[in-house]
Design a protein around this ligand. Structure first.
Ligand code: GNR
Ligand code: NI
Length: 201
């Protein structure tokens, strides 16, 4: 969708900066990442009505937190913010590759073909389990300037987008694991107890 001259002039006046932060990890995460058992992860996110500088400040802090934790994605509810916002960067080692910022993302189409991938989550440290999901998805969202966008994703990007979208609805990848025995074993091995398991199902 084209932006009007007035909109562009307003952006210029306000000096809308695109979000850009170094990818190097910091000594400490700017925002604390909630882990399995926290109600924050089970609270649905609300639509964002205005993409402004305070929101972009939050995006920068989420990016810094993601880079510090060495994750490839981070959804706002993971840092206790219940807004429909997520960040993704599949290329942590390449400074020139910009991250993706998705505001109010919606999956508009998903392939009938499925694939299996071993997922992990910054909110469930060290737990890795196979999850089956659609191989490709189409997503509509707004970018960090509030512009409407649409992408078709496959491979790891499609996987990551679906994982992050789930977070916005209070859904965690362990909810989608079908092998119950592996799930319980893997959770146990990484310090999660029965009451954590029960709180998620
Ligand atoms: O860093 C992450 N890696 C990952 C691997 C496979 C599938 C999904 C992901 S996302 C995850 C970061 C995270 O927890 N995002 O919510
Ligand atoms: Ni996650």
């Amino acid at each position: 969708m084209a932006r009007s001259f007035a909109q562009m002039a307003r952006s210029a006046e306000q000096g809308n900066r695109t979000v850009h932060v170094p990818k190097e990890p910091l000594a400490e995460s700017p925002l604390p990442i909630h882990t399995l058992g926290s109600r924050e992860l089970r609270t649905a996110a609300k639509r964002i009505s205005k993409v402004d500088e305070p929101l972009r400040d939050l995006v920068r802090d989420m990016l810094r937190s993601m880079y510090t934790a060495r994750g490839i994605g981070l959804a706002a509810p993971q840092v206790g913010v219940h807004k429909q916002l997520l960040v993704i960067d599949l290329d942590l080692e390449e400074a020139a590759t910009p991250p993706l910022v998705l505001i109010n993302p919606e999956i508009t189409a998903a392939s009938a073909s499925l694939n299996t991938y071993e997922e992990g989550c910054l909110s469930i440290p060290k737990v890795y389990l196979e999850v089956v999901r659609p191989s490709t998805v189409e997503v509509s969202f707004r970018d960090d300037q509030g512009r409407p966008r649409r992408i078709k994703a496959d491979g790891l990007l499609a996987r990551c987008i679906q994982h992050e979208l789930d977070h916005l609805h209070g859904v965690l990848f362990v909810d989608r694991v079908t092998d119950e025995l592996s799930l319980n074993e893997e959770l146990r091995q990484h310090g999660f107890e029965r009451h954590h398991v029960e709180s998620i199902r």
